[in-house]
Design a protein. Structure first.
Length: 327
Protein backbone atom coordinates (compact mmCIF):
# COMPACT_ATOMS: atom_id res chain seq x y z
CA UNK A 1 0.00 0.00 0.00
CA UNK A 2 1.29 3.46 -0.91
CA UNK A 3 1.10 6.80 0.83
CA UNK A 4 -1.32 8.03 -1.88
CA UNK A 5 -3.67 5.09 -1.24
CA UNK A 6 -3.65 5.87 2.49
CA UNK A 7 -4.56 9.46 1.64
CA UNK A 8 -7.48 8.36 -0.55
CA UNK A 9 -8.88 6.06 2.14
CA UNK A 10 -8.57 8.79 4.77
CA UNK A 11 -10.04 11.46 2.50
CA UNK A 12 -7.02 13.74 2.84
CA UNK A 13 -4.14 14.87 0.65
CA UNK A 14 -0.86 12.88 0.36
CA UNK A 15 0.96 15.84 1.96
CA UNK A 16 -1.27 15.51 5.03
CA UNK A 17 -0.27 11.84 5.36
CA UNK A 18 3.37 12.86 4.99
CA UNK A 19 3.00 15.41 7.78
CA UNK A 20 1.37 12.74 9.96
CA UNK A 21 4.27 10.33 9.40
CA UNK A 22 6.90 12.99 10.06
CA UNK A 23 5.28 14.54 13.14
CA UNK A 24 4.08 17.70 11.39
CA UNK A 25 1.11 19.83 12.34
CA UNK A 26 -2.38 18.59 11.41
CA UNK A 27 -5.93 19.33 12.41
CA UNK A 28 -7.41 16.89 14.91
CA UNK A 29 -9.91 15.62 12.32
CA UNK A 30 -7.25 14.83 9.71
CA UNK A 31 -4.97 13.24 12.29
CA UNK A 32 -7.72 10.93 13.52
CA UNK A 33 -8.77 9.98 9.97
CA UNK A 34 -5.21 9.08 8.93
CA UNK A 35 -4.49 7.32 12.21
CA UNK A 36 -7.62 5.17 11.83
CA UNK A 37 -6.68 4.07 8.28
CA UNK A 38 -3.07 3.27 9.20
CA UNK A 39 -4.15 1.16 12.17
CA UNK A 40 -6.80 -0.68 10.15
CA UNK A 41 -4.50 -1.42 7.20
CA UNK A 42 -1.31 -2.08 9.17
CA UNK A 43 0.54 0.33 6.88
CA UNK A 44 4.31 0.53 7.43
CA UNK A 45 6.11 3.55 5.90
CA UNK A 46 8.87 2.97 3.37
CA UNK A 47 11.85 3.90 5.53
CA UNK A 48 14.31 3.71 2.64
CA UNK A 49 12.32 6.28 0.69
CA UNK A 50 12.16 8.50 3.78
CA UNK A 51 15.93 8.29 4.22
CA UNK A 52 16.51 9.16 0.57
CA UNK A 53 14.31 12.25 0.90
CA UNK A 54 15.93 13.49 4.11
CA UNK A 55 19.49 12.37 3.35
CA UNK A 56 19.65 10.86 6.82
CA UNK A 57 19.55 7.21 7.89
CA UNK A 58 17.65 6.54 11.13
CA UNK A 59 20.72 5.11 12.81
CA UNK A 60 22.73 6.49 15.72
CA UNK A 61 26.30 5.42 16.39
CA UNK A 62 27.43 4.87 19.99
CA UNK A 63 31.20 4.91 20.52
CA UNK A 64 32.33 3.10 23.67
CA UNK A 65 35.79 2.61 25.23
CA UNK A 66 35.18 -1.13 25.66
CA UNK A 67 32.26 -3.53 25.57
CA UNK A 68 32.83 -5.63 28.72
CA UNK A 69 31.98 -2.92 31.24
CA UNK A 70 28.95 -2.40 33.46
CA UNK A 71 28.92 1.36 32.95
CA UNK A 72 29.15 0.98 29.17
CA UNK A 73 26.29 -1.51 29.03
CA UNK A 74 24.13 0.73 31.22
CA UNK A 75 24.70 3.82 29.09
CA UNK A 76 24.02 1.85 25.89
CA UNK A 77 20.88 0.32 27.42
CA UNK A 78 19.51 3.74 28.39
CA UNK A 79 20.29 5.29 25.01
CA UNK A 80 18.85 2.36 23.06
CA UNK A 81 15.65 2.48 25.11
CA UNK A 82 14.98 6.09 24.06
CA UNK A 83 16.24 5.82 20.49
CA UNK A 84 14.27 2.65 19.71
CA UNK A 85 11.03 4.29 20.83
CA UNK A 86 11.77 7.11 18.36
CA UNK A 87 12.41 4.65 15.51
CA UNK A 88 16.21 4.78 15.47
CA UNK A 89 18.57 1.81 15.35
CA UNK A 90 21.79 1.93 17.38
CA UNK A 91 25.16 0.90 15.94
CA UNK A 92 27.94 0.16 18.44
CA UNK A 93 31.61 0.97 17.90
CA UNK A 94 34.26 -0.17 20.41
CA UNK A 95 37.59 1.66 20.70
CA UNK A 96 39.28 -0.76 23.10
CA UNK A 97 41.96 -1.76 20.60
CA UNK A 98 42.09 1.55 18.72
CA UNK A 99 41.53 4.37 21.25
CA UNK A 100 42.82 6.97 18.79
CA UNK A 101 40.10 6.17 16.24
CA UNK A 102 37.25 8.38 17.45
CA UNK A 103 37.71 10.65 14.44
CA UNK A 104 37.77 7.70 12.04
CA UNK A 105 34.53 6.31 13.47
CA UNK A 106 32.82 9.69 13.19
CA UNK A 107 33.96 9.98 9.57
CA UNK A 108 32.45 6.57 8.82
CA UNK A 109 29.18 7.60 10.45
CA UNK A 110 29.04 10.71 8.30
CA UNK A 111 29.88 8.74 5.15
CA UNK A 112 26.99 6.35 5.86
CA UNK A 113 24.63 9.28 6.58
CA UNK A 114 23.91 8.27 10.16
CA UNK A 115 21.67 10.70 12.01
CA UNK A 116 24.05 11.35 14.90
CA UNK A 117 26.44 9.94 17.47
CA UNK A 118 26.75 9.40 21.22
CA UNK A 119 30.39 9.30 22.34
CA UNK A 120 31.37 7.58 25.59
CA UNK A 121 35.01 7.16 24.61
CA UNK A 122 35.84 10.88 24.74
CA UNK A 123 38.96 12.52 26.13
CA UNK A 124 40.48 15.98 26.02
CA UNK A 125 42.58 15.12 22.97
CA UNK A 126 39.40 14.86 20.88
CA UNK A 127 38.66 18.46 21.79
CA UNK A 128 42.20 19.75 21.29
CA UNK A 129 42.63 18.19 17.85
CA UNK A 130 39.25 19.36 16.56
CA UNK A 131 37.66 15.91 16.20
CA UNK A 132 34.33 17.04 17.66
CA UNK A 133 34.40 20.53 16.17
CA UNK A 134 34.81 19.08 12.65
CA UNK A 135 32.13 16.44 13.01
CA UNK A 136 29.39 16.90 10.42
CA UNK A 137 26.62 15.14 12.35
CA UNK A 138 25.09 16.01 15.74
CA UNK A 139 26.85 14.36 18.66
CA UNK A 140 26.48 14.12 22.41
CA UNK A 141 29.34 13.28 24.77
CA UNK A 142 28.68 11.22 27.91
CA UNK A 143 30.77 11.01 31.07
CA UNK A 144 32.83 14.15 30.35
CA UNK A 145 32.10 17.85 30.79
CA UNK A 146 33.31 19.79 27.77
CA UNK A 147 31.84 23.28 27.99
CA UNK A 148 31.42 23.86 24.25
CA UNK A 149 29.71 20.55 23.44
CA UNK A 150 26.45 18.76 24.11
CA UNK A 151 27.10 16.42 27.02
CA UNK A 152 25.71 14.45 29.94
CA UNK A 153 28.20 14.11 32.77
CA UNK A 154 28.51 13.14 36.43
CA UNK A 155 29.48 14.99 39.60
CA UNK A 156 32.80 13.15 39.83
CA UNK A 157 34.34 15.86 42.01
CA UNK A 158 31.51 15.82 44.55
CA UNK A 159 31.36 12.03 44.78
CA UNK A 160 35.13 11.76 45.27
CA UNK A 161 35.01 14.41 47.97
CA UNK A 162 32.24 12.56 49.81
CA UNK A 163 34.14 9.26 49.61
CA UNK A 164 37.24 10.93 51.00
CA UNK A 165 35.25 12.51 53.82
CA UNK A 166 34.01 9.02 54.67
CA UNK A 167 37.64 7.86 54.99
CA UNK A 168 38.40 10.86 57.20
CA UNK A 169 35.35 10.13 59.32
CA UNK A 170 36.78 6.67 59.97
CA UNK A 171 39.95 8.30 61.28
CA UNK A 172 42.09 7.71 58.20
CA UNK A 173 44.81 10.36 57.99
CA UNK A 174 47.39 8.84 55.64
CA UNK A 175 45.36 8.59 52.44
CA UNK A 176 46.72 7.66 49.02
CA UNK A 177 45.13 7.63 45.58
CA UNK A 178 45.04 5.29 42.61
CA UNK A 179 44.06 7.51 39.70
CA UNK A 180 43.14 7.14 36.06
CA UNK A 181 45.20 8.86 33.34
CA UNK A 182 44.83 12.64 33.02
CA UNK A 183 43.77 12.24 29.39
CA UNK A 184 40.42 11.21 30.92
CA UNK A 185 39.40 14.46 32.71
CA UNK A 186 36.53 12.91 34.68
CA UNK A 187 38.49 9.98 36.10
CA UNK A 188 42.05 11.27 36.04
CA UNK A 189 41.50 14.87 37.13
CA UNK A 190 38.05 15.65 38.59
CA UNK A 191 37.98 12.68 40.97
CA UNK A 192 41.46 13.37 42.32
CA UNK A 193 40.64 17.06 42.71
CA UNK A 194 37.63 16.04 44.81
CA UNK A 195 39.94 14.03 47.07
CA UNK A 196 42.29 16.98 47.42
CA UNK A 197 39.42 19.31 48.28
CA UNK A 198 38.25 17.09 51.14
CA UNK A 199 41.78 16.72 52.49
CA UNK A 200 42.44 20.45 52.24
CA UNK A 201 39.26 21.30 54.16
CA UNK A 202 40.32 18.80 56.84
CA UNK A 203 43.69 20.51 57.20
CA UNK A 204 45.83 18.08 55.19
CA UNK A 205 47.64 20.44 52.83
CA UNK A 206 50.20 18.21 51.07
CA UNK A 207 48.83 16.52 47.97
CA UNK A 208 48.09 12.83 48.61
CA UNK A 209 50.54 10.28 47.17
CA UNK A 210 49.08 9.17 43.85
CA UNK A 211 49.84 6.37 41.41
CA UNK A 212 48.32 6.42 37.91
CA UNK A 213 46.62 3.24 36.75
CA UNK A 214 44.56 2.17 33.77
CA UNK A 215 41.05 0.81 34.17
CA UNK A 216 41.88 -2.84 34.88
CA UNK A 217 42.10 -4.82 38.11
CA UNK A 218 45.66 -5.94 37.41
CA UNK A 219 46.77 -2.34 37.06
CA UNK A 220 45.07 -1.41 40.34
CA UNK A 221 46.92 -4.30 41.98
CA UNK A 222 50.29 -3.04 40.72
CA UNK A 223 49.46 0.56 41.66
CA UNK A 224 48.63 -0.50 45.22
CA UNK A 225 51.94 -2.33 45.50
CA UNK A 226 53.68 0.87 44.41
CA UNK A 227 51.75 2.93 46.97
CA UNK A 228 52.73 0.51 49.73
CA UNK A 229 56.37 0.66 48.64
CA UNK A 230 56.31 4.47 48.75
CA UNK A 231 54.10 4.82 51.83
CA UNK A 232 54.03 1.62 53.92
CA UNK A 233 52.10 3.46 56.65
CA UNK A 234 49.14 4.27 54.39
CA UNK A 235 45.76 3.72 56.11
CA UNK A 236 43.24 4.81 53.45
CA UNK A 237 43.06 4.42 49.68
CA UNK A 238 40.87 6.22 47.17
CA UNK A 239 40.56 4.34 43.86
CA UNK A 240 39.18 6.05 40.76
CA UNK A 241 37.29 2.92 39.61
CA UNK A 242 35.95 -0.27 41.15
CA UNK A 243 38.34 -2.41 39.11
CA UNK A 244 41.27 -0.51 40.57
CA UNK A 245 39.71 -0.91 44.02
CA UNK A 246 39.37 -4.66 43.67
CA UNK A 247 43.00 -4.90 42.54
CA UNK A 248 44.09 -2.70 45.45
CA UNK A 249 42.37 -4.94 48.01
CA UNK A 250 44.12 -7.97 46.50
CA UNK A 251 47.51 -6.28 46.90
CA UNK A 252 46.74 -5.20 50.45
CA UNK A 253 45.76 -8.72 51.50
CA UNK A 254 48.88 -10.11 49.84
CA UNK A 255 50.95 -7.62 51.86
CA UNK A 256 49.33 -8.81 55.10
CA UNK A 257 47.14 -5.72 55.49
CA UNK A 258 43.59 -6.20 56.74
CA UNK A 259 40.72 -4.29 55.07
CA UNK A 260 39.32 -2.23 56.73
CA UNK A 261 41.11 -2.77 60.05
CA UNK A 262 44.51 -1.60 58.73
CA UNK A 263 43.56 0.14 55.49
CA UNK A 264 40.18 1.41 54.28
CA UNK A 265 39.39 1.36 50.55
CA UNK A 266 36.80 3.31 48.52
CA UNK A 267 36.16 3.40 44.77
CA UNK A 268 33.78 4.39 41.94
CA UNK A 269 31.19 2.44 39.95
CA UNK A 270 29.16 0.03 42.15
CA UNK A 271 30.11 -2.96 40.00
CA UNK A 272 28.63 -6.41 40.73
CA UNK A 273 32.03 -7.66 41.92
CA UNK A 274 31.75 -5.35 44.92
CA UNK A 275 29.01 -7.57 46.32
CA UNK A 276 31.04 -10.78 46.20
CA UNK A 277 34.42 -9.46 47.33
CA UNK A 278 35.49 -9.84 50.94
CA UNK A 279 35.00 -7.32 52.35
CA UNK A 280 32.46 -5.73 50.05
CA UNK A 281 33.72 -2.51 48.48
CA UNK A 282 32.40 0.94 49.42
CA UNK A 283 31.77 2.87 46.23
CA UNK A 284 30.06 5.78 44.48
CA UNK A 285 27.26 4.74 42.17
CA UNK A 286 26.78 6.90 39.07
CA UNK A 287 23.47 6.94 37.22
CA UNK A 288 24.74 5.50 33.95
CA UNK A 289 21.43 4.26 32.53
CA UNK A 290 19.91 7.71 33.02
CA UNK A 291 23.01 9.17 31.40
CA UNK A 292 22.28 7.13 28.26
CA UNK A 293 18.61 8.13 28.28
CA UNK A 294 19.44 11.82 28.64
CA UNK A 295 22.10 11.70 25.92
CA UNK A 296 19.64 10.10 23.50
CA UNK A 297 16.96 12.64 24.40
CA UNK A 298 19.35 15.53 23.74
CA UNK A 299 20.33 14.03 20.38
CA UNK A 300 16.70 13.52 19.35
CA UNK A 301 15.93 17.10 20.35
CA UNK A 302 18.75 18.34 18.13
CA UNK A 303 17.58 16.19 15.22
CA UNK A 304 14.03 17.44 15.66
CA UNK A 305 14.71 21.15 16.19
CA UNK A 306 18.16 21.73 14.76
CA UNK A 307 21.16 22.97 16.72
CA UNK A 308 22.18 26.57 17.32
CA UNK A 309 26.02 26.62 17.39
CA UNK A 310 25.88 29.10 20.28
CA UNK A 311 23.64 26.85 22.34
CA UNK A 312 24.79 23.59 23.90
CA UNK A 313 22.64 21.16 25.83
CA UNK A 314 24.29 19.92 29.04
CA UNK A 315 23.05 17.81 31.95
CA UNK A 316 24.92 17.12 35.20
CA UNK A 317 23.84 13.98 37.07
CA UNK A 318 24.23 13.19 40.75
CA UNK A 319 25.48 10.08 42.54
CA UNK A 320 24.87 7.77 45.49
CA UNK A 321 27.45 6.66 48.04
CA UNK A 322 27.08 2.93 48.76
CA UNK A 323 28.78 2.21 52.07
CA UNK A 324 29.95 -1.36 52.64
CA UNK A 325 32.59 -3.23 54.64
CA UNK A 326 35.80 -1.84 53.09
CA UNK A 327 35.73 1.27 55.30
Amino acid sequence: MTLREIAELAGVSPSAVSRYLNGGSLSAAKYEAIDKVIKETGYVPNQVAHDLRTGRVRQVGILVPKIHSKSVSQVVEGAHEVLAKAGYMTVLGSLEHAPESVGQYLEWMQAYHMAGAIVMAANDADVRNGTFQNCGIPLVVTGQHFKDFNCVYHDDWGAAKDLTNLLLKRGRTRIGCISGPKTDPAVGINRIEGVKAALWEAGFTPAPPTVVSDFHMASGYEAMKQLLADRPDIDGVFCATDSMGQGAMMALKEAGKKVPEDVSVVAFGNDWANLVSSPQLTTAELYQTQCGRDAAAILLDILDKGSDPEYTRQIKLGYRIVERGSV
